[in-house]
Design a protein around this ligand. Structure first.
Ligand code: HEM
Length: 405
């Protein structure tokens, strides 16, 4: 049966209360009845198995270019960079770029950053410890990721610049192109000049950073062009900042709402890696990953014609009761049997920065939990909307500072 003829529940996103607990209540209730719902944006795939199968299926692709065309853009620097970016590629072109990037962006690159991350956390903590309260997005979650990306690219100290560019580059997803176009274009131009300068320097004098690795890595006679390195750097700057900020902010919010879990982590910071996994599972900050149907396909008796946009839902897949016992409980010591969370996507476009994001969140939780004792809300948190990147706008918290010795 064609999807449009199927009798499916309808979900509308324009309810401002569609965030926080209500977001999960609505989705979990729907997921208990059906794997597919119609929405004002397309179709939402709530089931874990069909979702994973679709993310692996090469008959679908990420609609990066179509998203721009929808906003009336079919040329210019934004269009050009987006069409060349990793997310817009598929098939052999994507596989080639991913191979070259993965060989440069290794777990070793991430391990190199851990001591630096701890140093940054010391500085951020120093600013808030004596007050015993802070707005945790501005004080902690926002600064750390751009510091990490600056270190990754070998430009420590340029974090404020990268944060500004990230904000502008991310605006391509805001569906507000008329208002933001000039700002986004300027950011692309600035990033291009900045990265080309760095590439020229690293070619002369390589360091340990990601840019040096991208410039010097060669595989079977193939290497990334300067232009490809520019595009990739723009993806790292834009894809590696708001995402990790939001995930860390939601994580701190969850712990402020679950004091027993925060105490457990504070008493045993070695649980931080497991705690990060539970944060990622419980509140994936890309709750829906878009895919465009490029060739007609059938799933469980439903036929999706070419051109349909499907949103695979990590928020319900990560709470699938067949995969996780008591999935609605936030529990950092629960045995989740190593089941893969869909928070970084799945399949060919699996997040290229997942190791780095995990390291940042793990280091932050391991550092903060033993020091920031008795973390609790200090007013109402403000949630962003859970389409695109599910941000936290503000998170006022209070705590008792302790020196763990
Ligand atoms: C908690 C933080 C993060 C989350 C939740 C996240 C999530 C995601 C998701 C859901 C995708 C798309 C998967 C798909 O559509 O199948 C993705 C792709 C990507 N992410 Fe992340 N991300 C995070 C951090 C980062 C960081 C730190 C970087 C870079 C340093 C990064 C770089 C990328 C890139 C380059 C892609 C495109 C991969 C491709 O198309 O092959 N992300 N991420």
């Amino acid at each position: 049966m064609l999807a449009e003829d199927a009798d499916l529940p309808l979900l509308t996103h324009d309810d401002p209360a569609f965030a926080g607990d209500r977001f999960h209540e609505v989705l979990d209730e729907l997921a208990s009845r059906t794997w597919l719902v119609r929405s004002d944006l397309g179709y939402l795939v709530l089931g874990r198995e069909p979702g994973m199968a679709l993310l692996k299926d090469r008959r679908l692709s990420f609609p990066a270019v179509e998203l721009l065309e929808l906003q009336g853009l079919s040329d210019g620097v934004i269009y050009e960079r987006t069409t060349k970016g990793l997310m817009a590629q598929s098939g052999p072109a994507h596989a080639r770029l991913r191979r070259l990037v993965s060989a440069a962006f290794t777990p070793r690159q991430v391990e190199r950053l851990r001591p630096r991350l701890r140093g940054y956390l010391e500085c951020l903590w120093h600013e808030i410890a004596s007050a015993g309260r802070c707005e945790a997005v501005t004080a902690l979650a926002r600064p750390l990721p751009s510091m990490a990306i600056a270190e990754l690219l070998g430009v420590p100290g340029d974090d404020a610049l990268l944060a500004r560019w990230s904000g502008s580059l991310q605006a391509v997803f805001d569906m507000d192109m008329d208002a933001r176009r000039a700002e986004i274009e300027a950011a692309y131009e600035e990033v291009r000049e900045y990265v080309l300068d760095l590439v020229a320097m690293r070619r002369q004098q390589p360091g340990e950073d990601l840019l040096s690795a991208l410039v010097h890595h060669e595989q079977d006679g193939d290497r990334l062009s300067d232009d490809e390195i520019v595009t990739l750097s723009a993806s790292v700057i834009s894809g590696g900042t708001d995402t990790t900020e939001s995930q860390l902010a939601h994580g701190l919010r969850l712990f402020s709402e679950h004091p027993d879990q925060w105490k457990k982590l504070g008493d045993d910071p070695a649980l931080a890696e497991q705690a990060t996994q539970e944060v990622l599972r419980f509140e994936p900050i890309v709750p829906f990953t878009a895919r465009l149907v490029r060739e007609e396909l059938g799933v469980s008796g439903i036929v999706f014609p070419v051109g349909i946009v499907l949103f695979v839902c990590a928020a319900t897949a990560n709470r699938d009761p067949m995969t996780y016992a008591d999935p609605g409980r936030f529990d950092i010591t629960a045995d989740r049997a190593g089941a893969q969370v869909l928070s970084f996507g799945f399949g060919t476009h699996f997040c290229a920065g997942a190791h780095l994001a995990r390291a940042e969140i793990t280091e932050a939780l391991a550092f903060l939990a033993p020091r920031m004792r008795g973390l609790e809300p200090d007013g109402e948190p403000a949630f962003g909307t859970p389409t695109g990147i599910y941000t936290m706008r503000s998170l006022p918290v209070r705590f008792t500072a302790r020196d763990p010795g």
